[in-house]
Ligand binder design. Structure first.
Ligand SMILES: *[C@@H]1O[C@H](CO)[C@@H](O)[C@H](O)[C@H]1NC(C)=O
Length: 202
């Protein structure tokens, strides 16, 4: 009887687990570790990442791990940076495709925005009081892979903050322009308009 029960339990585990990939699941300030669970059947990748949302000296750092919904596969392994002089959003997002492969924590050192100017510049302006524009305070030197100028106008809430209207003119990476807004786990945006354009050569 015991043998039969054990055999039934193993079979049941195999059926319910099927071929689903197992990923660690968590989300927390600074770093996170959580439970390991099978993803929905159509999922092929796990993700782990950090999202650094900074306004002035206020840094919100969110760590997250989980399953990658197939509709968001394009957000994997992208370097997402939007940066004006006072506000910035930097997201790292690493994906992998074997059981529990996202368990190691992402090093926070991976999240330093490169400081070396790259020969491009963009208008610089940001406000958390308007969705309809702001007056540039000058030009911003872009760094590293920031080879686009981005304009964001819309509503957003940073982790632990209420929804506000933002306008941000910033240097951005091409990855940020392509997938940035949909790769965010912490900051939520709504009713927004995001435009990117080629930067000005210094
Ligand atoms: C988050 O971003 C801000 C602004 O770029 C930076 O000063 C800070 O060091 C970053 N924090 C981490 C942990 O990367």
């Amino acid at each position: 009887m015991r043998v039969l029960l054990t055999a039934t339990a193993v079979l049941f585990a195999m059926i319910t687990r099927g071929n689903c990939i197992i990923c660690e699941q968590c989300s927390n300030i600074n770093s996170c570790s959580g439970f390991f669970a099978p993803c929905p059947a159509e999922v092929t990748h796990c993700v782990k990442g950090l999202e650094n949302s900074t306004v002035g000296s206020n840094v919100r750092l969110l760590a997250y791990k989980g399953c990658v919904d197939p509709s968001r596969q394009a957000t994997c392994d992208k370097e997402v940076i939007f940066r004006s002089s006072r506000m910035s959003l930097y997201i790292t997002r690493e994906c992998c495709d074997s059981d529990s492969c996202n368990s190691k924590n992402t090093k926070q050192a991976a999240l330093r925005i490169p400081k070396t100017p790259n020969g491009f510049k963009c208008p610089d302006c940001d406000t958390d009081r308007s969705t309809t524009g702001c007056a540039p305070v000058g030009e911003l030197q872009c760094t590293g892979n920031e080879n686009q100028c981005a304009t964001f106008m819309g509503r957003a809430s940073r982790p632990g903050d209420s929804v506000r209207g933002y306008t941000v003119y910033a240097c951005a990476t091409k990855d940020a322009c392509e997938v940035g807004i949909s790769s965010m786990e912490g900051t939520k945006v709504s009713q927004f308009d995001l435009k990117c354009s080629d930067p000005i050569k210094v």
